[in-house]
Design a binder for this molecule. Structure first.
Ligand code: NAP
Length: 247
């Protein structure tokens, strides 16, 4: 039997775990796709391609050329463009698609979250909240915080940026999760953090900063998720395996 080709859109721990679970399954040939934004920490097993497809048309052309029979979009909840493109390209190519979307974090008693719809709204909220902010939002949208004159920024990211940070008043920390609660609290103390800015990414790897903020009574400016494109979705790797079985 010819194995069915599965395109696995990745860049998350779920995608890596799924690729590892599917390695050696003779019914499937998995092609993992990474955006190539960060230096890959661990590559998934099997075939891996790196870089954008070129929008919906490029992705549709890839699905056709590679005779892809199934797509699993296990990209990050904030990777809205690729998820939208995957939904459109799969609809056009009539390829079944599943989105793996981990649950959003929910506030707990003692949390002081300030929900905002966008990164721009997060930056606008900061001057009224604090003089020192911890940004754990990645590299791509840092320029949005450039105009803040009264707020010192402590910015954590995985890889050093190729260009200098587009910020005047900032300290850069390079680190890769998962992080512990005690080390997050120590970091907040060391830098005199008064507010935390976070995307509502969900998952375990970066949740410690929220627990640390709760313990220290710090507010968290929580950026809400972009809208997902709809269609089949599950929250976990186990859910994705069940969906595959049903296909
Ligand atoms: P995005 O805004 O949705 O994507 C921008 C463009 O990057 C897409 O239009 C696509 O280019 C390309 N792209 C994104 N993911 C791709 C993939 N897995 N394979 C091939 N091309 C991909 O996404 P993003 O926020 O820049 O995130 C990029 C990657 O980093 C994602 O794979 C995501 O899972 C991972 N990541 C993102 C975050 C986050 O907070 N956004 C956090 C952790 C990991 P074309 O239009 O040319 O196809």
């Amino acid at each position: 039997m010819t194995p069915r080709r599965l395109l696995l859109l990745g860049g998350t721990t779920e995608a890596l775990a799924l690729a590892e679970r599917l390695a050696g399954d003779s019914r499937l040939e998995v092609i993992s796709s990474l955006a190539g934004r960060t230096v890959a920490h661990r590559l998934p097993p099997g075939r891996v391609r790196v870089g954008g497809f070129g929008g919906v048309a490029g992705l549709k052309a890839f699905l056709d050329a590679e005779k892809i029979g199934l797509v699993i979009d296990a990209t990050h909840p904030f990777a809205a463009a690729i998820s939208r493109h995957a939904a459109s390209a799969c609809a056009e190519a009539k390829v079944p698609r599943l989105q793996v979307l981990r649950p959003a974090w929910q506030p707990e008693p003692g949390d002081h979250w300030i929900p905002v719809p966008t990164m721009v709204a997060a930056a606008a909220a900061l001057p009224d909240l604090a003089r020192v902010a911890f940004l754990a939002i990645g590299r791509q949208e840092l320029a949005i915080f450039a105009g803040l004159k009264t707020v010192r920024l402590v910015v954590r990211m995985v890889d050093a940026p190729a260009q200098p940070l587009p910020l005047e008043n900032a300290t850069m920390i390079l680190a890769r999760g998962p992080y512990g609660i005690a080390s997050e609290e120590a970091l907040f103390t060391e830098h005199g953090i008064e507010v935390v800015v976070s995307k509502n990414s969900g998952g375990d790897a970066t949740i410690a900063k929220l627990t640390a903020a709760r313990r220290r009574g710090l507010p968290v400016v929580m950026i809400q998720r972009p809208e997902a494109p709809g269609g089949d979705h599950v929250e976990t790797v186990a859910g994705a395996l069940a969906w595959l079985k049903a296909q």
